[in-house]
Design a protein around this ligand. Structure first.
Ligand code: ATP
Ligand code: MG
Length: 667
């Protein structure tokens, strides 16, 4: 099979997957000598300009994310393939399987594995949310598990591009609807809590081997997400810990405010088994036992909850082992405890019945853009004030780097939160000319810059693999964190001094052979054929016609006469003029000069054109033409004019860079 190389850099190795809007290939990055995954947009999207614009924007913002649990986006690009424009994203290649495959293989995962993967996914979300990116399509198909058990989330933000598709509930996206949050299903604007819901649905599937809601159509599933209560995960997996069951069901709360505040809080809860363990115990319990508040955090939560009782006092089932075994002991202690409960509960009621002062928990707006931070604060009834800007290496220009009051502080409604905005840091771009890629990378890294897009160009002066040019130029002031595009030398272009092919027709085989080598051409193939007009041993036709300009060492084929057919000889004698026979001769007749005009629109500087003769079964046989061409050979309409020799009625196929460009017949 012919190799497909995108942008002269990514060599496609094999297809590894296919999704709703793209095909995914494993490829080799020839420049950085590593494997990558390339997601090529399906054709119908490659023609939709608005879609492409969004696709580009989203891919670019996803490319800014850098976290061990997020599949790194390296590059986005476009190229021509079989004459069609294709668009693609180059990503980190993850060798392993999707979480979906893993669940399908194992059925239900262990508590340990659920926590392990969930923490990793939540870490990815935490990092992306801090950059203001919501995933919108968290599902097991978008979570890749590598061979070391490292979970990597892919497709950040991409779902936004296809969000129209997501909400139309067509059967092709059935998979998506299984993890969709109620607010997303209603078509509302979503925030980070929507990703938490979807993670809850993924965790539910890890725990039970089943999605929380299923129906035979997408709309049905979406409606269930909006209004139905999922069966507790523990009912489907009795080995699931109460702790995990509690977390999963909390994530699946319809009301975003009833889920965790953010990914950080979820991680804390996942990592700290005891923090919510008690809350998970069954509500059908009879005996109230007061659990003293160990953590400050919990107190805060209690105020938020609508039913403070369930936070302050936990009901333990009478069938609980502890209460059965130690029932007698407990009855002695229960009075002081109950008293304390009474005091606490009354305190909470007192608090609740006071004239309502709206208390708001300040969210973290660190690392959000100024605009998003202000929106986020105002959404929660707070005011924002930009105090000043400060230089920073750690925060991009325009992002919030400090906030006062800090996150999680409780304040009154309309309190002003002061923000310090990063002014980034300006650095002067170094001169990278003459360095190799690794040296350039180091030099840029020292300054807080990195390599952007790279391309190659032929150069007489600059050695292969060294940098010829850069953008922005050296000494330009640039924000730390920016990228510098590079042009790398591909070495000197082989000089093509064209040779004009001589006429060989009528020459003897030896003469033709000698002339071919004198002209610096190569004789590739000789066919022998009967001929009425050309003497035995002489050239009937040549694959590249006289006068054609070709590169040195071009290959040329000859057809040599084996003389007349026996019959013909007799016929000559008889001077028989049988009309049917004449027709027959016409068919196999003389080589003709064929002028061919090809519209080449591949935008390439160099390309190869081959013309194969097709046999009766339309299989490629003799090669009639084989030339490396340059864009200079094209006229102003991008038309390449070719001339070659072929026998009348021959079918031939034209290939440009080994891709078929059409089949023609010689008239
Ligand atoms: P959707 O179109 O909704 O995103 P999807 O997630 O199933 O659906 P793709 O994102 O196109 O589809 O991915 C298809 C498959 O390609 C994945 O299921 C996975 O097997 C494979 N894949 C995707 N990205 C990578 C990667 N970076 N490394 C290795 N394999 C990948
Ligand atoms: Mg995907």
């Amino acid at each position: 099979m012919e190799k497909i190389i995108l942008d002269n850099r990514y060599e496609i190795i094999e297809q590894i997957g296919v999704g709703g809007m793209a095909k995914v290939y494993k490829a080799k990055d020839r420049l950085l000598d590593r494997f990558v995954a390339i997601k090529v947009l399906k054709e119908q999207y490659a023609e939709d300009e608005e879609f492409l614009k969004k696709f580009n924007n989203e891919a670019q913002s996803a490319a800014k994310l850098n976290h061990v649990n997020i599949v790194n986006v390296y590059d986005i690009g476009e190229d021509l393939l079989e004459g069609r424009k294709i668009y693609y994203i180059v990503m980190e290649y993850v060798e392993g399987q999707t979480l979906k495959d893993l669940i399908d293989e194992k059925g239900k995962l262990s508590n340990h594995d659920i926590i392990d993967y969930s923490v990793q996914i939540a870490q990815a979300l935490k990092s992306a949310h801090a950059s203001g990116i919501i995933h919108r399509d968290i599902k097991p198909q978008n979570i890749l598990i590598d061979k070391f058990g490292l979970a990597k989330v892919t497709d950040f933000g991409i779902a936004r591009v296809s969000s129209n598709a997501t909400i139309t509930y067509t059967s092709s996206i059935l998979g998506t609807v299984h993890y969709i949050s109620p607010e997303q299903a209603k078509g509302k604007i979503v925030d980070e809590k929507s990703d938490l819901y979807s993670l809850g649905a993924v965790m539910y599937e890890m725990a039970t081997g089943k999605v929380p809601f299923d129906a035979d159509n997408s709309v049905g599933i979406a409606v269930m997400h909006i209004q139905d209560k999922a069966k507790p995960a523990k009912e489907l997996n009795e080995d699931l810990s109460d702790h995990l069951n509690f977390i999963i069901m909390k994530l699946l709360e319809k009301e975003p405010g009833n889920r965790y505040l953010n990914a950080t809080e979820l991680i804390e809860s996942l990592e700290n088994q005891n923090s919510v363990k008690d809350q998970a115990l069954e509500e059908t319990a009879r005996i109230p036992i007061v659990v003293p508040n160990k953590e400050k955090k919990k107190k805060k939560k209690a105020k938020k909850e609508e039913t403070p009782k369930s936070e302050e006092a936990v009901y333990v089932s009478p069938t609980d082992e502890a209460s059965e075994d130690k029932g007698k002991n407990k009855s002695l202690k229960i009075w002081p405890l109950a008293l304390l409960a009474l005091i606490l509960v009354s305190a909470v009621y007192y608090f609740m019945s006071r004239p309502k002062e709206d208390v708001i928990e300040v969210p973290t707006v660190i690392n959000l853009s100024q605009e998003m931070a202000v929106k986020e604060l105002e959404k929660r009834g707070l005011k924002a004030n930009i105090s000043r800007t400060e230089e920073s290496d750690d925060y991009d220009k325009g992002k919030v780097m400090k906030q006062d009051p800090e996150a999680n502080t409780e304040v009154k409604k309309s309190t002003t939160v002061n923000l310090v905005i990063s002014a980034g840091r300006e650095v002067s771009v170094p001169d990278l000319a003459g360095l190799n890629l690794t040296e350039a990378e180091e030099k840029l890294k020292e300054l807080g810059l990195s390599i952007g897009r790279t391309s190659t160009e032929y150069s007489e002066e600059v050695e292969k693999d060294l940098i010829i040019d850069q953008n922005p130029r050296s000494a330009t002031n640039l924000q730390a964190g920016s990228k510098v595009d590079l042009v790398i030398s591909a070495g000197p272009e082989e000089k093509i001094e064209n040779i004009e092919v001589p006429s060989l027709i009528g020459m003897s085989e030896e003469q033709a052979e000698s002339l071919i080598s004198q002209y610096g051409l190569i004789l590739r193939n000789i066919d022998y054929r009967e001929s009425e007009d050309v003497e035995k041993g002489n050239v009937i036709s040549q694959s590249i016609s006289e006068g054609t300009q070709v590169a040195p060492q071009s290959q040329i084929d000859l057809v040599i006469s084996t003389g007349k057919k026996e019959k013909e000889k007799e016929k000559d004698k008889d001077k028989d003029t049988d009309k049917d026979k004449e027709k027959e001769e016409d068919k196999t007749g003389q080589a003709k000069n064929v002028d061919l005009r090809l519209n080449i629109n591949n935008g390439k500087d160099k390309f190869n054109v081959k013309i194969y003769k097709l046999d009766d079964n339309d299989k490629r046989s003799d090669i009639l033409y084989d030339q490396n061409q340059t864009s200079k050979d094209l006229d102003e309409n991008q038309v390449l004019q070719l001339n070659f020799q072929a026998i009348q009625n021959t079918k031939f196929e034209v290939l440009v860079d080994d891709e078929s460009y059409g089949v023609y017949t010689v008239n």
